[in-house]
Design a protein around this ligand. Structure first.
Ligand code: GLC
Length: 736
């Protein structure tokens, strides 16, 4: 897929980009085969097993130092004190077997400078947002000795009850794949040995987001075809991008926990997907196979994981406890251990740890630099989604007096979102913080109350900040009720009852069910926890200094009972028409009939509140003249699909044009729509552009009934529009 335009860069983002580009050096990626083999040949079995052990750092003590000196530790996570890291590194190199430790940490959407949560970054539909964010995070984290992060999290997430949807890149394989690969590029750069680059980790392999009931850690039942057509594409893209590591997921799929699933780890990940990096377990996932009922005890769990091809065990120390005996008993092969250690040593060579193992204390820190903060603001600007804007309530005029209400107007910790181990709330700029102290907003007249107050009566407009505390999303934070919690909806309703125009600004870690709140807001700006610079970004958007451009990376349901509901669904044999019978029709004495029975909910219809890809702008965009370069293409042809896109308003803006296809007949049922391209298109007021996409037959390929990936001849429908639902028209072509 070729997108025919260059991404426009803002000056500051360019500055950050230059910072990130300096970390690029187009050196050929060496595989260090000679160095790895010669080192491996000198290692004892104990030393090999030691490399497969990753410990959680719980304080510098003699016991840990002795383990490191004895070569029983290959990696540590969660140590961020550079002095302590250098002490531990010295113990490994000068007093141990000379093999450096690799230090890891969860740096998911920023280290100190926090970017929007990944779900928010996905709403930008701009891979550069993800790449720059990861590059900035790598620069800040590596300054503190971190050389391996457990990101990007590229689990396809179709269930807003699941707390970790916040950490995902949404429901779509195509978008998640592009954004995830961009994060890999940002973290790793082109040369992993440069000290400000860090190893990335594609996680959680695989299908963790398909947990039954959206309940974290729950079982999944993903079929081999769904695995390949939905859940694996982001991982394949990350592997093609050179991701250094992959993390196994906690869940079992079809009764087999991933950390002991040799089909998934060897046949699929190693053979089919050709992954050649390190496979690391998630936290206690090896030991948890006992709890799952898959391993009898720790020794059994160690055997199952080692034989499945799990290279490094995080936190449970079952490898260092049992592997040697398992080898002596012939239950685990030295060959398998050698393979795991090869991947681990190669990663350490690629990171340059053998030549530069110690953390150099920087004279000037890169943490919280203006360039980093500006990049975080740019990301927050692009990640916000305008869901409603009636009576031209937005943009606000800077002369308007605003009455600010709500818990998220000044929530410095919660605004950062989930999975911020090192983010600091005292660096967050909240909306109220910006209004109070940022010269850029000094002329704006405002009042702020956490609850309704008389101050509203002489204000021109109410701006209500609602949403979720960060702890309501993230790991182990699934919810069965995803309405705005507490008295937030009641507050909004009371404020609206005053008759003033109301702007609702939401900061949350998931798509909340907000249908019942919409009538009480004239405008709604949605932010998936926007990070350190969320305040200034939101104010710039509210006052029209920036124009919202974000689009939904995930479907908003009307009711939690509709979940799972996603745009790229199957048609079923009974798709519901828009006017499908619902409860408000006469339901008294309605006779049972098989006529007119369709797939929907009597009480909430069939469709979402807001579809995947939806997002408004202060501009108005019009699509017309969809055209194809040909009505038919052959397998090695390409098809140019173009559309005329016009900004019919008097406000410059950016529209994310999205290209969707539908394969009308397949050897297996194909989704009613699939995203196959998107472009951020800048259009000045009144400007018209022809937007073109190039489709190749490989873009239409999928795993069919024979489990082979290929495009199948036949007819396809194609759309280009501003979201996955409304497309002015479609065209049909034939793949021969
Ligand atoms: C956690 C998470 C995983 C994280 C790991 C290390 O339980 O599931 O995403 O990287 O443990 O913190």
């Amino acid at each position: 897929m070729k997108n025919n335009h260059l991404l426009p860069f803002k000056p500051f983002a360019l500055l950050v980009l230059l910072l990130c580009i300096t970390s690029y050096s187009y050196s050929q990626k060496p595989d260090y085969r000679y160095e790895v083999e010669s080192l491996l040949s000198e290692m004892t079995l104990d030393e090999k097993i030691g490399q497969m052990n990753q410990l959680n750092f719980e304080g510098l003590n003699d016991e840990l130092l002795q383990k490191v000196k004895r070569g029983e530790v290959g990696s540590l996570l969660n140590v961020t004190d550079t002095e302590v890291i250098n002490i531990l590194q010295k113990a490994a190199i000068e007093n141990g077997n000379g093999i450096p430790l690799v230090i890891a940490r969860d740096v998911i959407h920023g280290y100190k400078t926090i970017f929007p949560i990944p779900l928010g970054q996905a709403a930008s539909f701009d891979p550069e947002v993800a790449r720059i964010g990861a590059c900035v995070a790598a620069a800040e984290a590596s300054e503190h000795g971190i050389r391996w992060t457990f990101a990007p999290m590229i689990d396809i997430a179709r269930d807003a009850r699941w707390g970790r949807i916040a950490e995902s890149l949404g429901e779509d394989p195509f978008l998640s794949a592009l954004m995830g690969a961009a994060m890999v590029r940002g973290f790793q750069g082109e040369d992993l040995s440069l000290p400000n680059n860090i190893a990335a980790c594609a996680k959680h392999f695989v299908g963790y987001g398909a947990a039954e009931g959206g309940r974290d850690y729950n079982s999944t039942s993903i079929t081999p075809l769904a695995l390949r057509n939905t859940y694996l594409p982001p991982f394949q893209k990350a592997i093609d991008e050179g991701v250094a590591t992959v993390m196994t997921s906690f869940n079992d799929n079809d009764g087999i926990p991933t950390s002991g699933n040799s089909y998934l780890l060897k046949d699929v990940l190693r053979q089919e997907m050709e992954f050649r990096g390190v496979v690391v377990s998630d936290w206690n996932s090896v030991g948890e196979m006992i709890t799952h009922g898959f391993a009898a005890d720790g020794k059994d769990a160690a055997m199952l994981s080692a034989n499945a091809g799990l290279d490094m065990e995080m936190n449970t120390e079952l490898y260092v406890t049992h592997l040697k005996q398992l080898v002596q008993e012939g239950k685990v092969s030295v060959a398998d251990i050698d393979n795991s250690v090869r991947y681990i040593l190669q990663m350490k060579f690629r990171l340059g740890l053998f030549s530069n193992p110690y953390v150099k204390i920087k004279k000037t820190s890169v943490v919280y630099t203006d360039a980093h903060l500006q990049a975080a603001k740019e990301a927050a600007l692009k990640s916000a989604i305008l869901l409603k804007n009636e009576n031209n309530t937005l943009p606000l005029k800077e002369t308007q007096k605003i009455a600010v209400f709500g818990p998220m107007a000044d929530a410095p910790y919660d605004q950062l979102g989930t999975w911020i181990f090192d983010g600091e709330a005292n660096h967050t700029v909240t909306p109220i913080g910006a209004l109070k102290s940022d010269k850029a907003y000094e002329n704006i007249k405002f009042t702020y109350e956490t609850a309704l107050s008389p101050s509203l009566k002489d204000a021109d407009v109410a701006v209500v900040f609602l949403g979720e505390e960060s702890k309501l999303s993230g790991e182990a934070s699934s919810l069965s009720d995803i309405n705005l919690r507490g008295t937030q909806s009641a507050l909004l309703k009371e404020i609206k009852a005053t008759g003033k125009p109301v702007v609702l600004v939401i900061m949350a870690g998931r798509p909340l069910t907000i249908e019942r709140d919409l009538p009480y807001a004239d405008a709604v700006l949605y932010n998936f926890h926007p990070g350190t610079m969320g305040g200034p970004a939101i104010l710039d958007l509210l006052f029209g200094r920036a124009n919202p451009s974000g689009k939904l990376p995930v479907t908003f349901v009307r009711e939690v009972g509709q979940i799972p509901l996603y745009y790229n669904h199957n048609n079923t044999g009974r798709p519901a028409p828009d006017n499908a019978r619902t409860l408000n029709a006469d339901t008294k004495d309605v006779k049972q009939t098989s006529v007119g029975d369709v797939s929907h909910y009597l009480d909430s219809g069939k469709g979402p509140l807001f579809p995947f890809g939806f997002g408004l702008s202060y501009s108005r965009f019009e699509y017309s003249e969809l055209s194809l370069s040909s009505p038919t293409i052959s397998m090695n042809d390409s098809l140019i699909v173009s559309v005329t896109l016009r900004n019919t308003s008097n406000i410059d803006g950016v529209e994310i044009a999205q290209l969707y296809v539908r394969d009308l007949v397949g050897s297996i049922i194909r989704p009613v729509k699939e995203l196959k391209g998107f472009q951020r298109v800048s259009l000045n007021a009144g400007e018209t552009k022809i937007v073109t996409f190039t489709l190749f037959s490989d873009d239409l390929a999928f795993y069919g009934i024979d489990l082979i990936r290929k495009a199948e001849p036949g007819f396809f429908d194609v759309w280009i529009g501003g979201d996955s639902k409304t497309s002015p028209d479609k065209k049909r072509f034939e793949l021969k």
